[in-house]
Design a protein around this ligand. Sequence first.
Ligand SMILES: [Zn+2]
Length: 243
Amino acid sequence: MIILRHDVDNAFSPRGLFPKGLNYLRLKVGRVFPVWDSFGYLRSAQGLFERERSAGIHASWFFRTVTKPTKEFRQNLVKEGHEIGFHADRIINESHFRADLEYVADTLRFAGFTKHGSRGLHTPFGVGLGEVYNLKLYIKRAKESNLTYFCGNDVVPTDAFRNVEGVSLFPSVFWVSPGYMEDSKFTVDWLIDYQRDHDVVVLIHPEDADGLFPKVAEKVDKVFSLCEEIMGFREYLQLKKVI
Ligand SMILES: [Zn+2]
């Protein structure tokens, strides 16, 4: 079974120089920077959502403060049975973590979170060298904020899921982006075979699916067409009667 995780890192698709500038502005100017649809705000995420809608696939989507979904997108995701969670940049400072979580959650109540970037590990597009990855702290933050689970950035997709102090921990993911896992071992064909009798988290960033990197998009195609059971974290934990 596949548990499908989407981390929405970029406000604008990283194709070309102009969106890169917009992402930079959004990062630097933050929330004040207007969300201009005509510039393609969250266009890659919308594209992936449409694709999953037509395939009948549900996932868990994690948004940063700089990629908070519009009200309309949030409603569409929820209506189609997707889960929305928090993709955290700032965790060390508890009040920052809480404020960011509340800002992204808005009217929703989130069940879990993921961490954007991990210094010492590769980070998407070579950016995001933020806070040092600290699993113990993340479990603590999850407990304090009544979050049910945390999904980590480790790179061994066979790592067992476990319960740590009442928090469901999914320590590792299968990265469709190259350069994170031992790629020669954990190929997409390995995944297709493995998921038949194991549960495994697959991380797909919206840009992985939009064809910018054809080899990565090919992996995404295989996951969508060859894996029979795909669901989000909340749905999975409900199935396992954890929540
Ligand atoms: Zn991220």
